[in-house]
Design a binder for this molecule. Structure first.
Ligand code: NAD
Ligand code: TYD
Length: 350
């Protein structure tokens, strides 16, 4: 892996992955980060890469759906490996604007696959980042395995399912070296505050209402983002080509449990609120249409075959996450006020 194309590297998981590559792995090739900087993309997430990485890191503001620009990226940087994060990623938005999800998640992935196919002789790996949401919802029992049939519920998960199928088809039909990871819900530093954990944390910090959809009994399986990054790297290094790996934290929580945990953590370490304990801010709101009841990942294949296990517990991961948001008030203010867009305009005139 000399020239690694990372798509969506300015988003939550992509940025954590690039930090991980330089800070934990000591990656010695070039990282070419292509990100179109949608509302969720923030180059500030990578502003503090170590000095030693500067020579190796390249940022290009581009849309993965733009075949001409992406063809130039593949050629100019002689790309041999792809790690594909770029996506529209929020279920609630996909209910309102599904077109953007089909465009980036399906068409964008197709563009990348076609360009990778043109240089199959040079391609070491196309790693596709996906989600457990492609499997649909579970009842009270059981967990998703790699063999669970796809049954997506939302435009987001349907678009990710479509992209997974395309990646598998390129492996079967053209012999493209691919791996796919389907991961459960992530949390950690740099997550855009539209997702449950950062949204609730920031609202609870400021004493704003904490919206819980429906009765709060829906279950998600949480994984600290660095553990996901390590899983991705492990699969890229040692995963069998053509294979899919489920990634999860064995950490099922109801949403109300997560929200209460955040309230208690903040009551412990943040300034007290005039309203009293933060749990009093919990507000049950109208449920999400098509809201999947429960996700749970069986990641025994990844554990057994590649020896990966998560390093963080929910408690340790949540502490680090809350600490990060508390000590990055500037990041939070810029993201919330849209001011980081000005920062983007100053730093990356296109
Ligand atoms: P995110 O929304 O934080 O980041 C997505 C990034 O992709 C942003 O930087 C955005 O600017 C970029 N992007 C969007 N459209 C683009 C386009 N057309 N061209 C170029 N760049 C574009 O998302 P995330 O939470 O970091 O998720 C990353 C990947 O991981 C996604 O593929 C998502 O489906 C998957 N995933 C996420 C989770 C989770 O809990 N967040 C769990 C499992 C899998
Ligand atoms: P989210 O972070 O959007 O991830 P996903 O929908 O991909 O699982 O939501 C996690 C869970 O939290 C999901 O069951 C919906 C719920 N939720 C709320 O109850 N309130 C909120 O404000 C948000 C954003 C999510």
């Amino acid at each position: 892996m000399k020239n690694l194309l990372v798509t969506g590297g300015c988003g939550f998981i992509g940025a954590n992955f690039i930090h991980f590559l330089f800070e934990e792995i000591g990656f010695d090739g070039r990282v070419i980060n292509v990100d179109s900087l949608t509302y969720a993309g923030n180059p500030e997430n990578l502003a503090d890469l170590p000095e030693s990485a500067r020579q190796q890191y390249h940022f290009i503001q581009a849309d993965i759906c733009d075949e001409n620009i992406m063809a130039r990226v593949f050629d100019d940087f002689d790309i041999d490996t792809v790690c594909h994060f770029a996506a529209e990623s929020h279920v609630d938005r996909s209910i309102v604007t599904p077109d953007a999800f089909v465009r980036t998640n399906v068409n964008g992935t197709f563009v990348l696959l076609e360009l990778a196919r043109r240089r199959l002789d040079k391609l070491n790996l196309f790693h596709h980042i996906s989600t457990d949401e492609v499997f649909g919802e579970l009842g009270d029992e059981g967990a998703f395995t790699e063999m669970t049939p796809y049954n997506p519920s939302s435009p987001y998960s349907a678009s990710k399912a479509a992209s997974d199928h395309l990646v598998r088809a390129y492996s079967r039909t053209y012999g493209m070296p691919v791996t796919i990871s389907n991961c459960s819900n992530n949390y950690g530093p740099c997550q855009f505050p539209e997702k449950l954990i950062p949204l609730i944390s920031l609202n609870a910090l400021e004493g704003r209402p904490l919206p819980v959809y429906g009765d709060g009994k829906n279950v998600r399986d949480w994984l600290y983002v660095r553990d996901h990054c390590r899983a991705i790297w492990t699969i890229m290094q040692r995963g069998e080509r053509g294979e899919t790996y489920n990634v999860g934290g064995r950490c099922e929580k109801t949403n109300i449990d997560v929200v209460q945990t955040i309230c208690r953590l903040l009551d412990d370490i943040a300034p007290p609120l005039a309203q009293g304990a933060r749990e009093s801010l919990i507000t049950f709101v109208k449920d999400r249409p098509g809201h999947d009841f429960r996700y749970a990942i069986d990641c025994s294949k990844l554990e057994r075959e590649l020896g990966w296990v998560p390093a963080e517990s929910f408690e340790s991961g949540m502490r680090q996450t809350i600490d990060w948001y508390l000590t990055h008030q500037g990041w939070v203010d810029r993201v919330i006020s849209g001011e980081y867009q000005k920062w983007v305009d100053q730093h990356y005139q296109s």
